[in-house]
Design a protein around this ligand. Structure first.
Ligand code: PHE
Ligand code: ZN
Ligand code: ZN
Ligand code: ZN
Length: 296
């Protein structure tokens, strides 16, 4: 009894576990969904090595979903600066911070971008099915011809940018912050520097975060397209040092409503969202008007 086991369950589906074979130590096990991981550790009442199969109370189904793409009329079609945010949420809630925040900010940026003087084209993507293993962005990148792929100079990702207990995280494209995650394709460091510049100019703190592919930039870096992006934190716990630097509450999650029903309109820090939108616009315009783009 009490042996640890890892139980696989329906992809992306939270719910109560129903034991089909074997025995769980606890009679009622609620399965959380953490990120894109589909496994939890539980205690087994049976000896180690026993196979336990469970079914959650939410059954899976088959659906069609879409990516929404738009681009500016202005700018060279051979030099594309792409920004993206996922439009879906997990089924359990409205997903206002994850990722209404990123997709709404991207919409505002896209609507204003036709007024910009541009040398390079800005392209915008609202991804479908990010929460199902990055399906939308993976499909898009996989369907690019070599010529189309070569035209995309960079990809900028915005997933969760208004967390209530926020940190201004910037994807660490060169592992200069020693998060331990691998560095991104060449050019990613240059993107990180431009994103950092927005915060530096306003005297705002910022911090590197893992560039590990846990959002829609994953397929882009896997194919060698320089990438970067912003993030204000999910289920991770704010440290005392971070609270001293960014304010907020140490010992609490950056987003206590991450993948939960309470991820509603109250689950947004408006100041964080405002600065991240401004940083997105600054970065898109900097690269949209640049004579030289990283990786070209
Ligand atoms: N992709 C995660 C989600 O949508 C959130 C996340 C974004 C985690 C960026 C880490 C870094 O649930
Ligand atoms: Zn999510
Ligand atoms: Zn997300
Ligand atoms: Zn760095």
């Amino acid at each position: 009894a009490g042996a640890a086991a890892v139980i696989l369950f329906n992809e992306g589906q939270p719910g109560r576990a129903e034991v089909l074979t074997g025995t769980l130590g606890a009679p009622d096990v609620t399965i959380p969904v953490i990120g894109t991981s589909h496994a939890i550790g539980v205690d087994l009442a049976d000896p180690a090595g026993t196979t336990v199969r469970v079914r959650t109370d939410t059954t899976s189904d088959t659906r069609t979903t879409w990516n929404v793409l738009a681009e500016t009329k202005k700018g060279s079609r051979d030099d594309i600066v792409m920004s993206g945010a996922h439009l879906d949420s997990v089924p359990v809630g409205a997903g206002i911070n994850d990722n209404g925040s990123g997709s709404a900010a991207l919409l505002e940026l896209a609507l204003k971008s036709n007024k910009l003087k541009l040398k390079n084209k800005l392209r915008f993507a609202w991804w479908g099915a990010e929460e199902n293993n990055l399906l939308g962005s993976t499909h898009y990148v996989g369907a690019l011809s070599e010529a189309e792929s070569a035209r995309i100079a960079m990809y900028l990702n915005y997933d969760m940018i208004g967390s209530p207990n926020h940190v201004y995280f910037i994807y660490d494209g060169d592992d200069s912050d020693a998060t331990g995650a691998p560095a991104g394709p060449e050019g990613s460091a240059q993107i990180e520097k431009v994103l950092e510049k927005y915060f530096d100019r306003r005297g705002l703190p910022h911090k590197g975060t893992d560039f590990d592919g846990r959002s829609d930039y994953g397929p882009f870096i896997a194919t060698g397209i320089p990438s970067g992006g912003l993030f204000t934190g999910a289920e991770g716990i704010k440290t005392a040092e971070e609270a001293a630097l960014f304010g907020g509450t140490a010992g609490q999650a950056y987003d206590p409503c991450y993948h939960a029903p309470c991820d509603g309109t109250a689950n947004i820090n408006p100041t964080a969202l405002k600065h991240n939108l401004a940083a997105m616009a600054f970065t898109a315009y900097t690269f949209g008007s640049a004579a030289e783009l990283p990786g070209t």
